[in-house]
Design a protein around this ligand. Structure first.
Ligand code: NAP
Length: 134
């Protein structure tokens, strides 16, 4: 199995996404810019596994710098992960993906941003304690 990790960013009450983008997309504030930069610094050279919308949001300039893998609901998670043995794999979301893959994540890196507005995708704290046999 690979070293399975997650880096994500949430708003003050767990906001994750809005209208297919980050809820704070386009906010020029330092916290938001630094968070995106840090995401790409830490994932560089590694594998990012995520749903189609999340992978679609990765800027073209980053494609050569990491291994991107779009997953579908029909994929078997253990088969997917076993293809990356020895690598560091980040599970990138969205929520339906974390519902299934959270139990394999051994390291969570969650930045809580000052954003306090709307969202249509939310962080679920139960992911942090999802049991391997659940
Ligand atoms: N704040 C953050 O750190 C962060 C991180 C990631 C995403 N987001 C936000 O979240 C939103 C995008 O997420 P999203 O959920 O809407 O779209 P998504 O990234 O495309 O993920 C959902 C899709 O993943 C596929 N999938 C793959 N494996 C699955 C599984 N085992 N079970 C269920 N579905 C699975 C499904 O497609 P099929 O049914 O076609 O297979 C599903 O429609 C955006 O707003 C984005 O900005 C935020």
């Amino acid at each position: 199995m690979p070293d399975v990790r997650c880096i994500c960013a949430i708003g003050q009450t767990g906001q994750l996404g809005l209208n297919g983008e980050l809820p704070w997309e386009g906010n020029p504030g330092k916290d938001y810019r630094e968070d995106v930069e840090r995401f790409f610094e830490l994932t560089k050279g590694h594998v990012l596994i995520a749903g189609p919308k999340t992978i679609g949001a990765v800027p073209d300039a980053m494609h050569a710098q990491m291994t991107l893998r779009i997953i579908q609901s029909k994929d078997n998670p253990e088969n997917v992960l076993s293809q990356y043995a020895g690598r560091v794999v980040f599970i990138g979301g969205g929520p339906e993906v974390w519902d299934v893959y959270a139990k394999y994540i051994r390291h969570w890196d969650i930045t809580r941003l000052p954003y306090d507005g709307d969202a249509d995708r939310w962080f679920n704290p139960e992911w942090l304690v999802a049991a391997k046999d659940s």
